[in-house]
Design a protein around this ligand. Structure first.
Ligand code: NAP
Length: 556
């Protein structure tokens, strides 16, 4: 007789399972998954380790945190009234505004009552006898569910600092990915920021205005272009709202899941004259945003083309940063532009012209040690009141591995993926029946507007569950052959680009010992969507299903 969880006592239990579906995570993906499942009459419970909804936007509360996909597009499209009602204050929304929006959605659709907060899922084991997932939480006991969905996001497990003497340091430490809920006041403080990726680049200009002194420790300079954020205008909002249905559909079949005001140019960079090229780069730099990378058709596939875009940005950095030595340190030279995620900034390079900001290059010598009063690097002792770690995440697989997930025959997901993630479409993995991942590795996920990709995955999962319900099916999982072919396809797509040349988190290269391979699918959101549609039209080709009675059968 199994011990019944404390949490499950608070909700009604079904006869066969506690829930038909258990979803982990109440971020953008988990909330929409819950909404759609509930609309379809599926008994669902969401478990969330935080005390509130929001996922990424719940945890990443560091000063300056904001989204670099336009707010009119970084929002749900599933409800016409919601998208007409909601007003975004700026072109790119801040973290508090996005969190406010997600809380609004939660309340508007009355989702909170189906979410168990402050509860971590510690293990999920597939039980071959009962054909369900046996799920344990940190509260104790266990729950049974027919389906189990990891909606845990791609960038959710912060990398912990592994610096000798860390515990000896007596000042305050912060990680951008787990920022305190209350306002941190750095007034009058000497602070260190370690890390210059998106989180560092967004927070450093804001911190520099508040703190007495900021020392930035840079291991590798990141590429950044201006965001050119502006307040939302009535005109722009109206233009989008009047045309939302058409634009959302275009987004779904676009390359990145979002639309850009400037069109992508369909010509190679070297096919135009030097002056024309410079003019196009200048126009995009001035416009701001990710469109810079789409100035020409081959910037991310041809090194010589990429070099032209890279040199233009280096020149702009040299033009902004007054101290030539600092400018050279800030100008990336060791990997192609765009192959680590391009950062969008507001006055990042300008910040290094301030008297209270110092850049310390640690590319050749890592930070050796933390001391009770600061840290030791480059043969110098630094003293700080606070140290901010903006050192990133164990992306894409870290959060999946934090849960002890075991499929058929007790096989661990972590063990199956020891040489890199193996999924079919980034949605499922063979031998892990009825377990889905929303925007898992092998899907466009982080190479897209996450909202567009999340909505597509959530809808794919719900449609799949309805298909199973209609056809009296009990189990679904990928065929091994289909999965192997997809894994190869994901790598082929990446290898046709310059992405593998960077030591990025896309490649797992930021985590010591992690297999080095490109994890998201770079083939494009529209192309990926069409592949998924074609698979469904062909009776879920590549998936095998098992009927409620017995016996495995291919879906076709
Ligand atoms: P990140 O891009 O991985 O950057 C981490 C930074 O920390 C890098 O500069 C890295 O240097 C450095 N670092 C890591 N370990 C270090 C160590 N031991 N000593 C010194 N430096 C170290 O992480 P992130 O900035 O948090 O961003 C992660 C992703 O989250 C982004 O790429 C983006 O997808 C997402 N994000 C988005 C937004 C947005 O939408 N605006 C904002 C923030 C984050 P190396 O480069 O040498 O490894």
């Amino acid at each position: 007789m199994r011990e019944v969880l404390k949490v499950s006592e608070r909700v009604s239990l079904g006869s066969d399972f506690d829930y038909e579906v258990i979803v982990i995570g109440a971020g953008i993906a988990g909330l929409y998954q819950l909404y759609r499942l509930r609309e379809s009459g599926v008994r669902t419970r969401v478990f969330e380790s935080g005390t509130g909804v929001g996922g990424t936007w719940y945890w990443n509360r560091y000063p300056g945190a904001r989204c670099d996909v336009e707010s009119m597009q970084y929002s749900y499209s599933f409800d016409q009234t919601l998208q007409q009602d909601w007003h975004w204050a700026e072109k790119y929304a801040t973290q508090p505004e996005i969190l406010g929006y997600l809380n609004h959605v939660t309340d508007r659709f009355d989702l909170r009552k189906n979410i168990e907060f402050d509860t971590e899922i510690t293990s999920a084991h597939f039980d071959e006898g009962s054909r369900c997932w046996d799920i344990k939480t940190n509260v104790g006991g266990h729950l049974l569910a027919q389906f189990f969905i990891m909606a845990t996001g791609c960038i959710s497990t912060p990398q912990t600092p592994k610096i000798e003497g860390f515990s000896a340091y007596q000042g305050k430490t912060y990680h951008t990915g787990t920022w305190p809920h209350e306002k941190v006041d750095f007034t009058g403080q000497r602070i260190a920021v370690i890390g210059t990726g998106s989180s560092g680049i967004q927070s450093i200009p804001v911190l520099a205005k508040e703190a007495d002194h900021v020392t930035v420790f840079q291991r590798t300079p990141h590429w950044s272009v201006p965001a050119r954020n502006v307040p939302m205008t009535d005109e722009y909002e109206k233009e989008w709202k009047e045309d939302y249905a058409v634009r959302r559909e275009k987004m779904r079949y676009s390359v990145s899941g979002s639309l850009k005001k400037l069109k992508s140019l369909d010509v190679p960079a070297l096919s135009v004259s030097v002056d024309e090229r410079e003019e196009i780069f200048r126009e995009r730099w001035e416009a701001g945003g990710m469109i810079y990378l789409r100035s020409f058709s081959d910037l991310l596939t041809k090194q010589e083309a990429n070099d032209t875009a890279a040199e233009y940005v280096r020149e702009r950095i040299r033009g902004i940063v007054k101290d030539p030595e600092t400018a050279e340190l800030l100008a990336p030279k060791t990997y192609p532009i765009g192959t680590k995620r391009l950062c969008l900034d507001t006055n990042y390079y300008e910040t290094f012209n301030r008297d209270n900001v110092e850049l310390v290059d640690i590319s050749s010598q890592p930070i050796r040690q933390m001391t009770p009063t600061g840290l030791r690097a480059n043969g110098r002792n630094f003293e700080f009141d606070s140290v901010v770690f903006a050192i990133g995440f164990d992306a894409m697989t870290g959060t999946l591995f934090n849960v002890d997930i075991r499929g058929r025959k007790g096989r661990m997901l972590k063990e199956k993926w020891h040489a890199g993630p193996r999924t079919y479409l980034g949605l499922m993995s063979a031998d892990f029946p009825n377990m889905f991942m929303i925007t898992g590795p092998g899907s466009p996920s982080v190479k897209s507007n996450m909202l567009t990709s999340i909505e597509q995955h959530v809808e794919f999962v719900v449609d799949g569950l309805m298909y199973m319900r209609d056809n009296c099916l009990e189990l679904i999982e990928p065929e091994l052959k289909a999965e192997d072919e997809w894994v190869d396809h994901v790598q082929e797509a990446a290898n046709a680009t310059l992405f593998p040349r960077a030591n990025s988190w896309y490649m797992g290269a930021n985590i010591p010992g992690k297999p080095r391979l490109f994890m998201p699918y770079i083939g494009g959101v529209g192309r990926y969507r069409k592949i998924c549609e074609e698979i469904v039209e062909n009776g879920y080709r590549g998936f095998k299903v098992q009927a409620k009675t017995s016996g495995a059968a291919a879906a076709e």
